[in-house]
Design a protein around this ligand. Structure first.
Ligand code: GAP
Length: 453
């Protein structure tokens, strides 16, 4: 079972500290959200899982964490200054603004139903900010609209500082910014979000095969994070809807509570980006339509040792949205169950590696010195194992604690009771089955480690 409505998820997220509307004490700002105590742990765990699979578990990738503020020259050559637009229409009657391609009823304002709309005009989605103390428009930067451009501009730095040869990839996670005309559906479409992007550089001619490889690999990864395969769809992007850099893109769609939409895109970006940012483009046979006359001072190419010539690699790009991943996984893990004929519970059946809290240690009686001290000791021992956050719950209300930890997806709760002082064992309660067993404190570390493996 998943959530039935987006409202169920929004309510859980606020109640249990996953997500808050940003600046909400001043009325909030549309399209911006803050991750609360549970949200930040969950999001970090998701990013860590991606990094592990993209960097640590592979022998053909490197990582990067580049600046967010981006030079206009980079975004001119990437094509974003000219083409990163959505069609904007204004309603003359109620003064609201809409994306022309998202009007549900053609030529009608979704707010007031007036048909008095302006002609669509291109609206660039990039945010600008001044660089330096004088804001006279002469020196500005963009907040990056995708994380990958700095991967391309660092291509040579990374080649020169590592021993990589094609095929190899560069991975990066971090913030991206888009001034969306109509942010909506909770954290699905927002103005500040995070991406997890891999740019995988391959020899032209091998690109189609690598593209298929990454499409399948990425679906497999989402399934390993806990999304049912039947809720993921492979969608071939129509030729006339491809981004300006793409030869072929396959979207991995997920059935969100508001409908089926893109979770991740896997694009074949050809030699578009490295070609656009490269010095002396005419020295290369560039296949795609690139920005001519790059002012770059660097050749972003590699040498084919057999054919003894330089070429610009093609790029396969799996690009996933962190926030959309958070939303999809919360939805997927959401359950409502009858505990008995009078009581229901909500739980998040998250994979343990993603759970914000890995274990809660609960002394049966609040402020009882012996029980609390022993609980603290158990908590810090488990914490040192480095598998994620462990908490001590000193409120004395076991039922309430179980309910709270079910809702935030804590896989196990450990209760320290008076018997513990005698038999040196604790009660371990499993989130999904609610089954309880006694485990000796001596064996707890091993038990805990096995649980997370
Ligand atoms: N570098 C390629 C790129 O940025 P994209 O399809 O525009 O491609 C990649 O974005 C992913 O980033 C999307 O699949 C989505 O998960 C996420 N994303 C894009 N715009 C977003 C927004 N406004 N809010 C939340 N996530 C977004």
């Amino acid at each position: 079972m998943t959530a039935q409505t987006m409202e169920e998820l929004v309510s859980l997220c606020k109640r249990r500290g996953f997500l808050f509307q940003s600046n909400d004490i001043y009325g909030g700002i549309k399209g911006l959200y803050d991750y609360g105590p549970m949200g930040v742990e969950f999001k970090n765990n998701l990013k860590q899982a991606w990094w592990k699979s993209m960097v640590y578990e592979r022998d053909d990738t490197e990582g990067l964490d580049a600046s967010i503020l981006s030079s206009p020259v980079v975004l001119k050559h990437s094509g974003h200054e000219d083409t990163f637009t959505d069609p904007l229409v204004d309603c003359r009657a109620c003064k609201s603004r809409w994306r022309a391609d998202q009007l549900f009823e053609n030529n009608k304002c979704p707010n007031c139903k007036s048909e008095d709309l302006t002609e669509p005009r291109p609206f660039n989605l990039m945010f600008k900010t001044a660089i330096g103390p004088v804001d006279d428009g002469s020196s500005f930067a963009y907040l990056r609209p995708e994380t990958c451009q700095q991967i391309f501009t660092n291509f040579k730095n990374i080649l020169d500082s590592t021993s990589r040869t094609v095929p190899f990839g560069i991975a990066q996670m971090g913030k991206a910014f888009r001034n969306e005309i109509t942010p909506r559906n909770f954290i699905f479409r927002v103005r500040e979000f995070e991406q997890m992007e891999l740019e995988f550089f391959v020899k032209p001619g091998t690109d189609d095969e690598w593209h298929e490889y990454w499409i399948n690999k990425r679906i497999e990864w989402w399934v390993n994070q806990g999304i049912k395969k039947e809720n993921l769809k492979k969608i071939e992007v129509e030729k006339n809807e491809l981004a300006h850099y793409s030869k072929r893109t396959v979207d991995i769609n997920y059935v969100f509570p508001h409908g089926e939409e893109e979770l991740e895109g896997v694009a074949n970006r050809t030699d578009f980006d490295l070609g656009s940012h490269t010095k002396n483009q005419n020295d290369f046979k560039i296949t795609s339509e690139v920005m001519k006359n790059s002012s770059s001072t660097t050749k972003l190419a590699v040498q084919d040792l057999e054919e003894k010539k330089w070429y610009i690699p093609f790029v396969i790009e799996p690009s996933a949205g962190v926030d959309r991943g958070v939303l999809a996984l919360l939805n997927e893990a959401y359950r409502e169950e009858n505990v008995d004929k009078d009581n229901k519970r909500i739980l998040l059946s998250l994979k343990p590696h993603l759970s914000p809290i890995k274990a809660a240690v609960i002394p049966l009686k609040k402020n009882n010195e012996e029980l609390v001290n022993l609980s603290k000791e158990i908590k810090s021992n488990l914490q040192t194992l480095g598998l994620g956050r462990v908490v001590l719950e000193n409120s004395g209300n076991i039922g309430k604690n179980y309910r709270r930890h079910d809702e935030i997806g804590t896989p196990i709760c450990l209760t320290v009771d008076f018997e513990t002082l005698e038999d040196k064992s604790v009660t371990v309660r499993d989130r999904d089955t609610m089954k309880q067993e006694r485990v000796s404190i001596e064996n707890l570390s091993e038990y805990y480690k096995k649980y997370f493996n």
